[in-house]
Design a protein around this ligand. Structure first.
Ligand SMILES: *Cc1c(COP(=O)(O)O)cnc(C)c1O
Length: 369
């Protein structure tokens, strides 16, 4: 797999071409010249990217989508009325909220659980549960879900396990090797890594009937990624390993440093030995614990917001997984119904020098509570 050396066979170009064409001509026999007739069905710019993602995740096939949300929706919309879905109480906020609404509107039953094996076992309905949707480490508390245990529980009941692996990336975790059937990514985050593309990806362990329905959803509902975005994504992927490893190393340094800080009441990071998911993370993550952490600062909502706006290197913005470090006051974004503590700051660690980031946080935390 020449993921980082995609030589163009036509020209010898050392970066792959972008194919902006929406339609593809036929030959004298009216046969297609290539593999596609129309860019909503299939886009040649996707090929290398999808093959690379399938390879990195150890899956059979991959599909790109217009966003992470579109990729998750394509899976859920492959279910049938009456099917039961299990998801997490605390997971990517937008997806959880959409699931609650969509399941209610479309006659799917939904149970939200904590994510530990006991909670999954208690919720699962053999024969009726068709999809178990987990995320690990999950946003924004960075709890770790035991993927192998979840797969065993799902499979024993005849359900599929889908893992939102956006925060872990294929660099740190391989959900399919642990038993997952589907892996989802908001490619907007680490896979692209430069905060300039909104994209989603799915990888399947097997190209089965369910996958065929999911693939049809992309084509029929049309949540396709543009050619230029797909091209930018493959460009971003070329540095995925370097970026994720760097972010992970720095995140661990920051977590260790902040764990002893008088203005920080709690550091949520799976790499810290005191984190409740540390033992599972050690088992299912390789080479690091990710570039995402959250901290709870003393002084509550107002103090947290002051720290977020007091940073200079860390930009106060949503999203994650880019080369630039971001800090976000989640409770301010999620509003009064949010289950997230009001004093929590979510930190996406970029690739800047770790000392600059440490100094920046220290300075912001010095401001009076
Ligand atoms: C951002 C994100 C999503 C949604 O992806 P979009 O690309 O914004 O549609 C889903 N899950 C996680 C964990 C995310 O961080």
């Amino acid at each position: 797999m020449q993921g980082t050396h995609p030589l163009d066979p036509e020209t010898g170009g050392i970066v792959p071409p972008v194919h902006p064409s929406t339609t593809f001509a036929r030959d004298a026999h009216y046969d297609l010249r290539g593999r596609t007739s129309y860019a909503r069905d299939h886009n040649p710019t996707y090929e290398g990217v999808e093959d690379l993602l399938a390879h990195l995740e150890g899956g059979e096939r991959a599909l790109l989508f217009a966003s992470g949300m579109a990729s998750a929706a394509a899976v859920v919309q492959s279910l049938r009325p009456g099917d039961h879905v299990i998801a997490l109480k605390v997971m990517y906020w937008g997806l959880r909220n959409w699931l609650i609404q969509f399941c209610a509107d479309w006659g799917l039953e939904l149970t939200l659980v904590d994510g530990d094996p006991d909670s999954l076992r208690a919720a699962i309905r053999p024969g009726q549960t068709k999809l178990v949707w987990i995320e690990s480490p999950c946003n924004p508390l960075w709890q770790v879900v035991d993927i192998a245990a979840a797969a065993e529980i799902a499979h024993a009941a005849g359900a599929r396990l889908a893992v939102d692996s956006t925060a872990a990336t294929p660099v740190l975790t391989q959900p399919i090797a642990l038993g997952a059937d589907l892996v989802m990514h908001s490619a907007t985050k680490y896979l692209n890594g430069h905060s300039d593309v909104v994209a989603g990806a799915l990888v399947t362990a097997r190209a089965d009937d369910f996958w065929a329905r999911t693939e049809r959803n992309r084509k029929d509902l049309g949540a396709v990624l543009g050619s230029f975005e797909a091209w930018l994504l493959q460009r971003g992927l070329r540095t995925l390993f370097l970026r994720v490893r760097r972010s992970s190393e720095t995140a661990l340094k920051l977590a260790v440093h902040l764990a002893g800080h008088p203005r920080v009441s709690e550091v949520l990071y799976p790499g810290l030995p005191g984190h409740p998911g540390h033992a599972i993370a050690q088992r299912q993550m390789q080479g690091g614990f990710g570039g995402m952490l959250s901290i709870r600062v003393t002084g509550g909502f107002e103090a947290a917001q002051q720290v977020a706006t007091g940073c200079r290197r860390f930009l106060p913005a949503t999203s994650l997984g880019g080369v630039e470090s971001l800090i976000e006051h989640r409770a301010a974004i999620e509003g009064p119904d949010s289950p997230i503590p009001p004093d929590l700051l979510r930190i996406s660690v970029g690739i800047e020098h770790p000392d600059d980031l440490l100094l920046d946080l220290d300075r912001a935390l010095e401001s009076p509570a």
